[in-house]
Design a protein. Sequence first.
Length: 462
Amino acid sequence: MIRLFKHYISSNAILQILGDSFLFFVAMTLITYYWGHHHHMYQETDHTATRGWIFTAVMVSSMTASGLYEAWNWEGGLFGLLKRIILAIMLGIAMMTLIFYLFPKLFFDHYVLMFSLILSTSIITTQRIITLYWLNTSRYKRRVLVLGAGSRAARIEALYLKNDRHLRQRLNIIGYLPCETHASKIATNRMLDSNLDLQEIAQAYNIQEIVIAVRDRRGSLPMEKLFQCRIKGIRVTEISLFFEREIGALQLDSISTSWLIFSDGFQHGLIQKRIFDLLISSLLLVLTLPLMLVAALLVLIEAGTPIIYTQERTGLYGKPFTIYKFRSMSKNAEQNGVAQWAQKNDARITRFGKIMRKFRIDELPQIFNVLRGDMSFVGPRPERPAFVHEFDQELPLYRHRHNLKPGITGWAQVCYPYGASKTDTMEKLQYDLYYIKNHSLFLDIMILLKTVQTVLLGNGAR
């Protein structure tokens, strides 16, 4: 993993982006020259380099939005890969069409675009299939030894076994070496012999990284052995940094207030973020205004008035504000006045409401909240005051979510399914804290691209 603008990105993803950029640029440049000279359309070769860079930027962005640079498992099989590639091509064509409309001088023959897409995506699809097999071979995974066998080590093992955030595609956790006196929480077959010397184990298993997962470290850590391993080039990583780097979340069980105080991050460029919010919201408002008018009409036809649903939410520094959404539930959905979670297949949701919630159309009126300054485009999800008060009492660090404005989309929303319980809220809090700690405009852009994927594929909605 490589840290870029405070956000961790897979080195494999960076290599793929660089390789794809080269292929897109070369494909567009070569076909432009060939088509222009072969058909004596020399005007087609004007602005070739500019067109090549624009085509490259558009296609890399669309592939990022389609999830093609994320660690990808085989749950969707080859069909899942092809579906994302087709989605990327469709996004790319839509974006190129918009650019041609805004900048007519950059327009080139549609055959050039078609053959450029065919050539580049054929090569990239073949490369992706080879890469997927390559990533699933253990010889290319980082070999990790976890020092400890208690609750913190068990958390790593649980994430590893369920392939959370595709952890198993990057790492090969060799085993767990106990160094604590209390009972182990790791399966026996995953434990290494504690009688063996740490250096011998590291050498025998060709360990590349040691993760410290010990809760009480006073007198329990073999500091001299760890130092010798470090000198020999083996990375030694504290568990909180391991979670932050590998899953993009701050695990509540492994961090402390002192760790947060002395760690880097928490530098928020609020002026830049506000300018970013205004630009993105204004652009989205122009692009989605026809869709919002159609949605408003359909809500009116199916469910009558009011079309816009208003609700009090908790904003920056805990101050309440009124949020706007298209009404997706029947009238008097909360007749008893008690705040309720939206459940899967919730009977209160209207037929068109299900469609809106699946593709996040109901949240488009929140653009006006962003323009007013109540919300940011990217940030923690705004919660209802009744839930906030309850979570403040039960979840440590929850109140720190409100140190940034809430957002229409956010890191927790694109990394974790819809939250409908206290357990889900705790899990999402860990992603929110990661965002607050590592916020940057680069991370905001990454979240926007992941949001496109979430919306188009209809993931995680209720």
